[in-house]
Design a protein around this ligand. Structure first.
Ligand code: DAT
Ligand code: MG
Length: 149
């Protein structure tokens, strides 16, 4: 089953949006298989955002991610990687559609509340970067007969 890595960034935690975000993923029908609140080291933040290391905002992005705790999660379900990106919305919250997390709760790109893996291969890389196997639970969601035909 497909999995994706989702992180509620420091602004999302500080603004008390953890329950709201988890509620949206649950209500959609995805399954939570990993969850932890954590302070992020500079090394982990730099590795996570390695693809952006040449961008002008890289330093401030890493500093921001390390500034206050984040909530790291792994969610599971058919098509969850692409669907999570839709639930999250466009990178710039001002351009993000209403009904998306960024569209409903954000006003600036440097405070866009949440990260979601952008492709299946990225998700695999990010999940193994943030979680070890023992921190992930494969469980049988009994609701699935009401979610999938
Ligand atoms: P996304 O998080 O939607 O995948 P991204 O991978 O292009 O977006 O960028 C990673 C994060 O970097 C993004 O969530 C916020 C920050 N960022 C991106 N573009 C930025 C910019 N032009 N100025 C400041 N921060 C930016
Ligand atoms: Mg990205």
């Amino acid at each position: 089953m497909e999995r994706t890595f989702i992180m509620i960034k420091p602004d999302g935690v500080q603004r008390r949006l953890v329950g709201e975000v988890i509620g949206r993923f649950e209500a959609k029908g995805f399954t939570l298989v990993g969850l932890k609140l954590m302070s992020v080291s500079k090394e982990l933040a730099e590795e996570h955002y390695d693809v952006h290391k040449e961008r002008p905002f890289f330093g401030s992005l890493v500093e921001f991610i390390c500034s206050s705790p984040v909530v790291a999660m792994v969610w599971e379900g058919e098509g969850v990687v692409a669907s999570a990106r839709k639930l999250i919305g466009a990178t710039n919250p001002l351009s993000a559609e209403p009904g998306t997390i960024r569209g409903d709760f954000g006003v600036s790109v440097g405070r866009n509340l949440i990260h979601g893996s952008d492709a299946i291969e990225t998700a695999q890389r990010e999940i193994s970067l943030w979680f070890n196997d023992k921190e992930l639970s494969s469980w049988n969601p009994t609701v699935k007969t009401w979610l999938y035909e």
